[in-house]
Design a protein around this ligand. Structure first.
Ligand SMILES: O=C(O)CCC(=O)C(=O)O
Ligand SMILES: [Mn+2]
Length: 214
């Protein structure tokens, strides 16, 4: 009888989780030639809902295009750029644009967590599963040698993939509403990353990557 009671208490303790201890609060993952830190619930649901609605309405979304072999191709997502300096990538120059109060608020939280200062942010709006960003590294010269990229996601959960340049090994995980992913050190030099298209019915997702332009 005593044993049975003990077992029952054991089960009870496992399911009674008032402080949400069973969910990892943050995960530091050391990988070949790099490391990343993932914080699934960096912002709580109420704050994340608020930021998502504010950003989708009030950001200066643009439909960028690139010229490939003489053909204009639309980016499979909308983008917006804020920060203190202009930024050029994929043949596109983003002019500097003043921070909004919401972006400053998010930036401040990210800076406290990372103990770093960021002077720009690129926003991506993935309208549905057809929107994506393909394999690339955030390794432009103006980001410096071992850039820290702090990536915040709001809205639909989407799969994020990393692929090692030499070994081609892949790591993937889901970036959910209110999550923070920090990529730093050699990661951009040795790995590429992408958010692939998905056939699943997914709602819109906003991603912000905070960067430091040197
Ligand atoms: O949407 C994401 O999670 C990634 C965005 C990204 O890699 C970029 O903007 O450079
Ligand atoms: Mn990137």
């Amino acid at each position: 009888m005593a044993k049975l009671l003990y077992n029952r208490k054991d089960v009870y303790m496992k399911s009674y989780d008032p402080f949400n201890m069973s969910k990892p609060q943050s995960e530091f993952v050391k990988i070949r030639n790099g490391a990343y830190l993932f914080v699934p619930d960096f912002f709580d649901k109420a704050k994340s809902d608020y930021y998502f609605n504010d950003l989708i309405k009030n950001s200066e979304w643009r439909q960028e295009e690139i010229l490939i072999f003489g053909k204009t191709v639309k980016f499979p997502r909308l983008t917006a750029w804020y920060g203190e300096r202009p930024y050029a990538y994929s043949g596109i120059t983003h002019e500097a644009r003043k921070w909004t109060d919401t972006l400053l608020e998010i930036k401040n939280e990210v800076e406290i967590r990372t103990q770093s200062i960021f002077n720009s942010v690129l926003l991506n709006l993935y309208r549905n599963g057809n929107d994506s960003i393909s394999w690339h590294a955030d390794n432009e010269k103006i980001l410096g040698d071992k850039p820290m990229i702090a990536s915040v996601s709001f809205g639909a959960t989407r799969r994020f993939q990393l692929r090692h340049n030499a070994t081609k090994e892949k790591i993937q995980f889901e970036l959910g509403h209110g999550s923070l992913l920090i990529m730093k050190g050699e990661l951009q030099a040795y790995w590429q990353h992408q958010v692939p298209k998905t056939k699943k019915e997914v709602e819109a997702r906003i991603n912000l990557t905070f960067r430091t332009i040197t």
